[in-house]
Design a protein around this ligand. Sequence first.
Ligand code: GLN
Length: 537
Amino acid sequence: MKYIFVTGGVISSLGKGLTAAALGTLLENRGLKVTLQKFDPYLNVDPGTMSPYQHGEVYVLDDGAETDLDLGHYERFTSVKLSRFNNLTSGQVYQTVLDKERRGDYLGKTVQVIPHVTDEIQNRIFQVGEKSNVDVVITEIGGTTGDIEGLPFLEAIREFALKVGYNNAIFVHMTYVPFIKAAGELKTKPTQQAVAKLREIGITPHILVCRCERSLDNELRQKISLFCNVPYEAVIEEKDVDHSIYELPLMLQRERVDDLVCKLLQLPQGVPNMSHWQEIIRKLIAPQHRVRVGVVGKYIDLNDAYKSVYEAIIHGGIANDCGVEIVKLDAEEIETQGAEKLLKGLGGVLVPGGFGERGIEGKIKAAQYARETKLPFLGLCLGMQIATIEFARNVLHLDKAHSTEFDVVTPHPVIALLDDQKDVSKKGGTMRLGAQPCQLKMGSKAAHYYGAFLINERHRHRYEFNNDYRERFEAAGFVFSGTSPDGKLVELIELPEHPYYLACQFHPEFQSKPHASHPLFRSFIAAAHTFIHHRAL
Ligand code: GLN
């Protein structure tokens, strides 16, 4: 088994996750089996309890793990299916170590960061490799070198590489080479210092990936090589992408980073087959069609909050050879300015998942506008609950219908807590989480789009459609097109009279890939394009 460790210096937000994922793409397309893993130095056990402002989206895996959004990149860029073992936080490490201490496993020893914490981290690297039975394990270390909390992870990977040997483990370090306008120059000093920081703890990077706005010339590459003690060919340029993050594997391939990795790790040489990836890029750069769709949320200024949703929309575009412009709409603005003003002219509107009351009425207005004007609508998780509340209030005339998440004394709790959620008091990891089967209704649009009757989709929510209202909804033409196999939980709803009005209790965005777009996003973008096209005729 071979190991690649990806670290980062100078600043955060360098795109380490994307770089690790793109490396995964290249190795996989050379026929190697890979898996990817993320270490996060913070003390939260997982990001499930963190605010989107702190952390961006929480990415959910099949097994119900609530993980860092980089795992979303890993799954989108490769064919790997990740599990809870692929995201390790300091919180988890300490929890394990302290549990062992209380059990007496350390037999009276003083429990210390080195070796007990670092051993636990190394165990996880071995464990992931063994469980996934792959050729290469890529491990990304979150944070920036020099952070105090990242030190145990760096110490752990230093020891790990020594144990397995440098033919089997390499360090890829990402840095930033800023362009200073006033001097008209790219500056290498931050990179030199970041690498020095790494060397201080005994890690010499084999490959340096330099994020930059402008190209590195030969002289600069030589300078970085000399002062950072990295061979010339291992100084890799990673310029900001022009169009899409999906260009990254091709950019890194042009820099021959995969050749170098294979050489260093004594893996079979060859050329990755990237033709399907090139086709994706072609469609992204020069699509045949174009459409604008709105996403109505409350974290609209925060790019990372709806990461997988935005990506899945783009994938839906790729499948339809359609460039999608995502119009980010603040739900509170719809509340004050009305839906028509903000949604008119769009090909479709999507209401993603969410928690908390802010912006809810704006989302309801958006759903109502879409239903009444036959604008394609896709609701995800909270989006399905919004569609339900809107229908209850405006079609069934159930005055003040609501979800008990937002109004505990509503006379019509059309969305409510399931019995097994009622006594839950702990916040972390207690929602309905992970992949669960869903049975689709024969003849429904959903079954048509999926081309299947039994699907598996990932969940992250507490509230559900309240079955006391099912008959009333059905009588008014609201179709429950997907339920749990026992029929008890509503998973998908649709309005057959509407060209495209679908909403699901699960999160389809977590299972969409650029080359295998999710059926709901594919059909949504197709409907959005048809909507605009017909209006134009
Ligand atoms: N807040 C809602 C619930 O808990 C929806 C959650 C979500 O959209 N992920 O049921």
